[in-house]
Write a protein that binds this ligand. Sequence first.
Ligand SMILES: Cc1ncc(COP(=O)(O)O)c(C=O)c1O
Length: 371
Amino acid sequence: MVRPSSEALVSGEVYVPGLPKEYVTAKYGVPADDIAKLASAENPHGASPKAVAAVEEARQRLDIYPDWTARQLREAIGAKYGFDPEGVVCGSGETEVISMVIRAFAAPDDPVLMHAPCFPLYRIYANAEGRCPVYVPMGKDFDPQIELYLETLKKVNPKIAFITNPHNPSGQMLPEADVRRVCEAASEDTLIVLDEAYVHYSEETFGMDLLREYKNLIVLRTMSKAFGLAGLRVGFGISANVDLIRPLRLIKPTWNMGQMQIAGGVAGIDDDEHVQRAVRTVVEMREYVTAGVNNIPGFRAVPNSRANFFLTEILNPELDATRVFNALLQRGVIVKDGSDIEGLGSRYLRVDVNLKKHMDRFLWALGDIRA
Ligand SMILES: Cc1ncc(COP(=O)(O)O)c(C=O)c1O
């Protein structure tokens, strides 16, 4: 009988995405324009207008193969951050780069280190490829427990160690000194992967600078968040050590980036105005919405998120995450149910920071829920 190469491909975990608006409209009759979609960490102001214009223009080249290495986009990214384009690899979303990294740098049964909870795709891809996820638990209010992380790093000597900064799903940020400690504590055969999907919202920039100092470091970024291009699918990996990038180019699906992704990425990467607008809104609304949650009896915002989402803790023992999640859906608010996120569980919801009207709808709906 034909069988997939690992049991995980038969019965393994499947990614649970945030629900689309259409689901809520069909099930509860809430008009799409009224829905607060707060489960996919999308941009409050939509797509970068510069990227949209470039995608329009790229329509004229749909009959022509793109450069298989997305050279133009690598050059634009290299120029933006001051690195050799040979040190850049592009993916159809950052998730594709994550899957390439796992395949290229860990062999079957090799350990891959990550926090629990973490972005589920580190674990899902590692399992699907027969690599072995090793977890470092987080502490109170999702303290990254850096001492424990370092201890485990030394004990396990993983082939890959993921750090998500800011962390998903908590938004906690490891300071530069701690990221340095991880790079320095890792053995020569461990690749440190610094996933900066949400870094713009932290207003920190040190990750890229560390690349110049640490040869075992790769930074991953996405254009889905601050650039507003989740539907275009553009992400990248970058390193000052081109030896880390070459294997990724060899393992990636050859023409993984189409003409529109390349053109949109090139125009979007320089759209600082759009990024800054999103950052301003998120920083202001993060303060507003977390203060609002803390004023609603039975709920609490987990402090110190530096991302465009935060965790809401359910303090009321008569409620749990799935009940609150469903009650919010009925009221036209889509969040993430912590019960669907391994390592998070039934006392938490992950909620995006977005425009004030959406934050107000969320706060109203949360306050309206009765046990
Ligand atoms: C931590 C983290 N990394 C990477 C990604 C991937 O983003 P994309 O594949 O849309 O570029 C996400 C998306 O949710 C994420 O949360």
